[in-house]
Design a protein around this ligand. Structure first.
Ligand code: ADP
Length: 402
């Protein structure tokens, strides 16, 4: 092991981790402690070369969760003392207009992440719990915060300003921040490598389609537009989130339906998107329902594709010249149907899918990373699996070496 990094992704009641090599990308262990603070938490530790450990036990807080994790490394390996650890990388959701790259964690950085909490009340405080717990577990290593928003700070004002009162926007820090930045960064860099061209010369549309979904237009390595906004509620249709919606709907629901702000928040974030349209947020179930002839599932897939096509069309214009479109995350990597629906009948725009490659029957079979466009397609289309942990590890290495 040479430059290994311990990557932490902490939620309010969960802690995901991975031990991996920032240079080779090799993963040595993964794990998850879930339902922290509840009477029965679930804890899993999976060494790459060993038996998976699963325990149900009460874990009071994030610090206790990391203690459990350290115990498992001691018992089942790999040996952390011999892992060549160079740092701990933390996923932090909201870096505001302040953080345009990874930041070595100091007291000042912690207070700035805390100060940004009103912009991400569900995420930044939870991310800080992870940072504090990991600092206790790894007191001698540098800790690095890697922000979901940082990659998007290159988005120009024309795209990041909302057309509302300037003073209100400034006082409340309202603007487009964008999210999934580590994924968009990883995939766009990988895309340039796959095209065998310098990153600075490659323009890519990245479609990160998971439970949460966002698109990003990347020009020469810089994000110039993305579909999420001040919050991750904006943009594409998602598993349970509505994506873009006329803001007037919110007033209508409040004034006419008597719903409170909290109820509307819950509706749009947890009970909308594919779940709202079909009763399930899982794309596999929606596709199975459509295949079984359920009209509302077919309609939901059409809404999903329509929104996606609108964003792709808009990004083709914003980029002017597009070299590649990359599909990534759970739906993007695994659903030939979503990919085909998104890019249907675009020959006139230079985008031609190869149906067999899209289905996994091309020369690369169903290799996770593969080109799925036809040879004559002017814009290449690829499936590029994302690896946010590796991107966090690389950025951690970069920040600790700076
Ligand atoms: P998250 O945003 O939580 O990280 P993922 O990137 O893992 O989510 O994506 C989860 C989504 O991927 C789910 O909606 C799931 O249905 C979808 N998915 C996974 N495999 C397939 C598949 N074979 N076909 C269609 N959708 C799939």
């Amino acid at each position: 092991m040479s430059a290994s990094v311990f990557v932490v992704n902490a939620g309010s009641s969960s802690l995901k981790y991975q031990l991996l090599d920032a240079t080779s990308g090799q993963c040595y262990a993964t794990g998850l402690v879930d339902r922290i603070g509840e009477s029965r938490s679930t804890a899993k530790h999976q060494p790459t070369d060993g038996e998976k450990i699963v325990e149900d036990l009460h874990i009071r807080d994030h610090e206790k969760a990391l203690q459990w994790v350290m115990d498992q490394f001691a018992k089942a390996g790999p040996d952390l003392d011999r892992a060549g650890l160079i740092g701990v990388g933390h996923r932090v959701v909201q870096g505001g207009a302040r953080f345009d790259g990874p930041a070595v964690v100091t007291d000042d950085v912690i207070s700035q992440i805390d100060e940004l909490a009103p912009l991400a009340p569900l995420h930044n405080p939870a991310n800080l719990l992870g940072i504090r717990a990991a600092q206790a577990a790894f007191p001698d290593l540098p800790h690095v915060a890697v922000f979901d928003t940082a990659f998007h700070l290159t988005i120009p004002p024309a795209a990041h300003l909302y057309a509302i009162d300037r003073q209100v926007a400034a006082a409340n820090r309202i603007r487009k921040y964008g999210f999934h930045g580590t994924s968009h960064s990883f995939v766009s860099k990988r895309m340039a490598t796959l095209l065998d061209r310098p990153l600075a010369e490659v323009n890519t549309i990245v479609l990160h389609l998971g439970n949460g979904a966002s698109a990003c237009a990347v020009r020469g390595g810089d994000s110039i537009e993305t579909s999420m906004g001040m919050t991750p509620l904006a943009g594409l249709v998602m598993g349970t989130r509505s994506g873009d919606i006329d803001a007037g709907v919110i007033f209508h629901l409040h004034h006419q339906a008597g719903m409170s702000a909290a109820e509307i928040d819950q509706l749009l974030n947890k009970r909308s998107g594919m779940y709202g349209l079909t009763g399930t947020g899982d794309m596999r179930d929606v596709q199975a329902a459509a295949d079984a002839g359920l009209a509302h599932a077919t309609a939901a897939l059409e809404v999903y594709a329509h929104r996606l096509r609108g964003v792709i069309g808009s990004y083709l214009v914003h980029l002017g010249r597009t070299d590649a479109i990359a599909f990534t995350a759970g739906v993007g990597e695994n659903s030939p149907q979503v990919r085909a629906d998104a890019l249907r009948d675009l020959e006139g725009l230079g985008i031609v899918l190869d149906p067999a490659r899209n289905e996994g029957g091309g020369p690369d079979g169903d290799a996770p990373e593969r080109r799925i466009s036809a040879d004559e397609s002017a814009i290449q289309v690829w499936v590029v699996p994302t690896n946010e942990e590796l991107e966090i590890a690389r950025q951690t290495r970069q920040a600790t070496q700076a």
